[in-house]
Design a protein around this ligand. Structure first.
Ligand code: FMN
Length: 331
């Protein structure tokens, strides 16, 4: 029987329990995406209780044109390493492991950021876009450059002392745009069929592993269903997850929703558990389930029912920083 208190490894990160603080943007960073005192204070306070096994730090842009909003965290150049080091250290000093989420917004990028224009796999308006701007289709050369930028960002995260990185492929951002048949209409090797739609993921995972070394933990946050007609399905995601695991991903962090993780259809606790259960059955690496969980008993239930190996709890912990202690001390 699995309990939330149980230890487990992800790659070579020893986690003291199964509780994960999922990535949640703080919008607390400087004009250039640097860590501020506010950023440090938030992460210190939320982890202070010492009961969170793993913190996945919020979406962090890998290059300026991939930024989604002001106040977002950056890992886009070496000058960010010192601030990120302080952030990783403060989380680790409170007894949690720290993973940094690496992100590029693609066609959802901030339109007024310097030199940025919405880009994506195809010239298709992102269903999540607020202004309905048409993105420009990326060239193959640009895709290869983005892969390199993910790898460079992972190297910086490692230098900053993070225990691992998470590649963001959910909630309508760039890699979700490639995976989704709604936004990827390419007819070259980066589109056409499922293997084409995950080629950028595969190349990114390979490049990251090559640069940070195989012993370093690499997670992938997967929007495992777009919940939209004609979008990514769980059947696609099961096949994709197997491929990701084969090529060197160490954990799949399951979420969903091309237009975000909130919506009228996402109700009850563990609303992505049908997705995580199917992925867990298909891969041998750990699977994280997040979404709607507010009670420690529900977290235990999903572990017991083998819906996931780890449970992410976001908004419930935001509301009550003492939630992790209560969860670990339940009978
Ligand atoms: C304020 C806030 C910010 C978020 N920022 C991110 C993010 O940076 N990256 C990401 O993948 N998900 C993000 N999410 C989604 C959460 O990681 C999580 O999947 C979602 O909140 C559902 O889990 P919950 O019901 O336990 O809160 C965010 C959620 C919230 C509430």
């Amino acid at each position: 029987m699995l309990y939330i208190k149980d230890r487990m490894y992800i790659k070579n990160i020893e986690l003291k329990n199964r509780l994960v603080l999922p990535p949640m943007e703080t919008v607390s960073c400087g004009d250039d995406g640097e860590v501020t005192e506010d950023t440090l204070k938030y992460y210190d306070e939320i982890t202070k209780s010492g009961y969170i096994g793993l913190v996945i730090v919020e979406h962090t842009y890998i290059s300026p044109e991939g930024k989604v909003k002001n106040g977002q965290l950056s890992v886009a150049d070496d000058r960010k390493i010192e601030g990120l080091k302080k952030l990783a250290q403060s989380i680790q000093a409170n007894g949690s492991k720290a993973v940094l989420q690496l992100s590029h917004a693609g066609s959802n990028c901030l339109k007024d950021s310097k030199g940025s224009e919405p880009v994506g796999p195809s010239a298709v308006v992102n269903p999540r876009s607020k202004d309905g701007l048409m993105p420009r289709e990326l060239t193959v050369e640009e895709i290869k450059d983005l892969v390199r930028k993910f790898a460079d960002a992972a190297v910086r995260a490692k230098k900053a002392g993070f225990d691992g990185v998470e590649i963001h492929s959910a909630h309508g951002y760039l890699l979700n745009q490639f995976l989704s048949p709604l936004t990827n209409k390419r007819t070259d090797e980066y589109g056409k069929d499922l293997m084409g739609r995950i080629r950028i993921h595969m190349e990114t995972i390979e490049a990251v592993n090559r640069e940070v070394g195989l012993e370093y933990a690499v997670f992938l946050r997967l929007g495992a269903s777009d919940y939209m007609e004609g979008g990514t399905t769980i059947e696609d995601s099961v096949i994709a997850s197997r491929e990701f695991a084969k090529i060197g991903v160490d954990a799949i962090d399951v979420t969903g929703g091309m237009c975000g993780f909130m919506g009228p259809q996402f109700t009850g606790q563990g609303y992505f558990s049908e997705l995580s259960e199917k992925i867990k059955l298909a891969v041998y690496i750990p699977v994280i389930l997040t979404g709607g969980i507010t009670e420690p008993e529900a977290a235990e239930k999903f572990l017991r029912m083998k819906k996931a190996d780890f449970i992410g709890v976001g908004r419930a912990i935001l509301k009550d920083y003492d939630w992790p202690r209560k969860a670990m001390n339940q009978q």
